[in-house]
Design a protein around this ligand. Structure first.
Ligand code: FPP
Ligand code: MG
Length: 324
């Protein structure tokens, strides 16, 4: 399953965004170029540029700034992952050694800053203060959510509401911002812009909930991350949170011991997975992910039909059903 069918309406612009990434992210310092090349060539779904371009085109934008802003939104995402892998001490990203594992924490953070600076320059050159405000407010929320998540590490009292707040800030806000930037480019009405932003937000929640399931069940080769990574990082995600709410004392203790006991091997992971399955943790997460995807689609109901709208609707189903 890939994003390419949904990219058809903006295929040319997406290619141009890829060129912007290649031509903008250059440096006279050889190590910066080396790290940037490694990250850019290692792919990624490019969901954020796709959303930016679809939203812009659907909003009637016909100018030429789309690819630059789409690339800028991908740069925010990449910068946040370079920092996040340091925060999470993650050795694998997109199926390969993370930049942090390959070059160390300092380089991963500083190249993240490099991405951040190049993104800022694109937005300043574009000259829209509204876009600059959307982007800076979004990164503020993302950073706050990342910190909130850290404060709730290995915290068994975390509830669904708090968890949804964390993933709202961590993942959904940036997808919302991509759609909003597209809408601002198209100079649409306030209501229209708000609807696209809400679509992006609910899509982001659906996306992250599906990610929580994949983290437990997906094979490394497909998902590009270690199976059970969230558990190992002390993150209680939605499948486990709902299961723990129903689990008895013994089961909760087992999960706690597995999580706090240092190394989580295949056996521990299986025991936790069994508890999640016993209390329908996966089904409930999938149901909620699907509900958010439906909510996302509803925000688009007032809009006239277009190829871009079809893609946005299709993406909502994709994020729930994806296997990578
Ligand atoms: C991945 O979550 C992390 C994020 C989506 C956000 C990270 C945000 C920051 C580090 C703060 C913002 C910083 C900048 C420079 C924009 P995850 O750890 O659950 O997902 P993963 O399994 O893919 O690592
Ligand atoms: Mg992480």
């Amino acid at each position: 399953m890939s994003l390419s069918p949904y990219a058809i309406p903006v295929a040319k612009e997406l290619e141009a965004a890829e060129d912007v990434l290649k031509t903008t992210l250059t440096s006279e310092v050889p190590l910066v170029t080396e790290v940037v090349q490694y990250i850019i060539q290692n792919g990624g779904k490019r969901l954020r540029p796709l959303l930016t371009l679809l939203a812009a085109k659907h909003s009637g934008y016909r100018g030429d700034a789309g690819p630059r802003l789409a690339a800028a939104m991908e740069m925010i995402h990449t910068a946040s992952l370079l920092h996040d892998d340091v925060v999470d001490d993650a050795s694998l990203r997109r199926g390969k050694a993370s930049a942090k594992a390959k070059w160390g924490n300092s380089i991963s953070i500083l190249v993240g800053d490099f991405f951040w600076c190049k993104m800022s320059r694109i937005i300043v050159d574009h000259g829209s203060l509204r876009i600059l405000k959307v982007v800076t407010d979004t990164i503020t929320k993302t950073t706050e959510a990342e910190i909130l998540e850290i404060t709730r590490h290995s915290d068994f009292s975390i509830d669904e509401e708090t968890y949804l707040k964390i993933i709202g800030g961590k993942t959904a806000c940036l997808l919302a911002a991509c759609c909003q930037v597209g809408a601002i480019l198209g100079e649409v009405s306030e209501n229209y812009e708000a609807a696209l932003k809400r679509y992006g937000y609910d899509l982001g929640i659906a996306f992250q909930l599906a990610d929580d399931i994949l983290d437990y069940v997906s094979e490394e080769a497909l998902f590009g991350k270690h199976k059970g990574g969230d558990l190992r990082e002390g993150k209680l995600t939605f499948p486990l949170i709902v299961a723990l709410r129903r689990a008895d004392g013994e089961e909760a203790k087992l999960v706690k011991n597995a999580m706090l006991g240092g190394h989580i091997g295949a056996e521990n992971l299986k025991a936790v997975l069994d508890i999640i399955q016993r209390y329908d943790g996966m089904e409930r997460t999938r149901e909620l992910s699907a509900r958010y995807a439906e909510k996302a689609k509803k925000h688009l109901e007032p809009f006239k039909g277009s190829l871009e709208k079809e893609s946005l609707l299709g993406l909502a189903d994709y994020v729930v059903e994806r296997d990578e």
